[in-house]
Design a protein around this ligand. Structure first.
Ligand code: PEP
Ligand code: MG
Length: 334
């Protein structure tokens, strides 16, 4: 029984028929990485690095950032870290970055757009991530000569990307850093991907998929921007349901474009932990679900309840509906 409990918690997440779907944790603080692993997370699927910038009176310097990211990678012990670059601006201002007042902050300088106006800050963050993921020995320190190295898989994810132009601008910085930092002192297992949370990036997923290594769908913002409903609106936010067929079609397009080019797709928005949505997302072909650490065991258990054929039926049924209410009615009745 103890072995069963261990397997339920730490075993790979698979559907009943054995189809693999990774379950990772969303984290807002590197100090919580060990707890996520203890709850069975197979990696961190979204590290919201904003915490690091909000917690200080000024931008954290390179050493501070390396220390923080290393803490997460140490706790992960070889599991992948998907770290999102700074996603502030708009409704999430940084006190030490004077920003022009905007009438529509959700449509303003935020995410990658803002980061590209301060390339030196983005560069420091990227450098810190690359350095923190240098191969380490058992002690977590850079290995001495001849000691077996343990890979520290790093996936860097760019927020609020609307098209390939922003991705290329950020990739140019990463490429320059990779050429500059000696190989032994930086990540060797690296992927660079984008969040899909602006509808244009889903519509243009085929163009992005030629160059990105992966996608992670941020259903919170993707729903907000697709339905034109403020995700925090006191009256309307209940209508901002990620199970809306329009949002599901954008996810479907993203997966089709990504898989055609051998790239993977995760979902890191709230929808990934919705019990009704889990089979739909799996049926749409999503490869990874990233949810709050607390929900990792629940999502793993949910995945083990259905098989892939059922999930595909649920996805087809959902896509055939005209409203989110109809989707929930169709799926929840069963
Ligand atoms: C999202 O938009 O779905 C997402 C995961 O990012 P955040 O909630 O941090 O905006
Ligand atoms: Mg978002």
């Amino acid at each position: 029984r103890a072995a069963e409990a261990w397997e339920a918690r730490f075993g790979e997440a698979r559907t009943r028929c054995g189809h693999r779907v990774e379950v990772a944790a969303n984290l807002g603080n590197t100090a919580h990485a060990a707890d996520a692993v203890a709850r069975g997370a197979e990696g961190i699927g979204l590290l919201r690095t904003e915490f690091l910038f909000m917690a200080h009176a000024h931008e954290p310097d390179l050493d501070t950032q390396v220390g923080e990211y290393r803490e997460a990678l140490d706790a992960l012990d070889g599991r992948p870290l998907v770290a999102r670059t700074l996603d502030v601006g708009g409704d999430k201002p940084l006190p030490y970055w004077p920003m022009p007042k905007e009438d529509n902050p959700f449509l303003g300088l935020r995410g990658i757009r803002l980061a590209l106006t301060r390339p030196e800050v983005l560069e420091t963050q990227l450098r810190a991530l690359l350095m923190a993921a240098a191969p380490a020995d058992e002690s977590g320190k850079a290995p001495a000569a001849g000691v077996t190295e343990k890979a520290r898989p790093l996936r860097i994810m760019l927020p609020m990307v609307k098209d390939i132009g922003e991705f290329r601008a950020a990739r140019a910085i990463v490429d320059r850093l990779l050429a500059e930092i000696p190989e032994a002192e930086r990540a060797t297992d690296l992927q660079l991907g984008v969040m899909v949370e602006v509808p244009s990036s889903a519509l243009l997923a085929a163009s992005l998929a030629d160059e990105v290594d992966f996608f992670s769908v941020g259903t919170n913002d993707l729903t907000q921007y697709t339905l034109a409903i403020d995700r925090d609106h006191p009256e309307l936010s209940a209508q901002a349901d990620g199970l809306h067929p329009a949002v599901l079609r954008l996810i479907e397009m993203t997966v089709a474009a990504a898989h055609a080019r051998g790239k993977w797709v995760g979902v890191c928005g709230e929808l990934a932990s919705d019990a009704t949505a889990v089979p739909v997302l799996v049926g749409l072909g999503v490869d990874e679900l990233s949810v709050s650490a607390r929900q990792v065991p629940l999502v793993k258990a949910r995945l083990r309840e259905f098989d892939l054929a059922e999930a595909r039926d649920q996805a087809a049924l959902a896509l055939a509906q005209a409203t989110s209410e109809a989707v929930r009615d169709a799926l929840e009745v069963r």
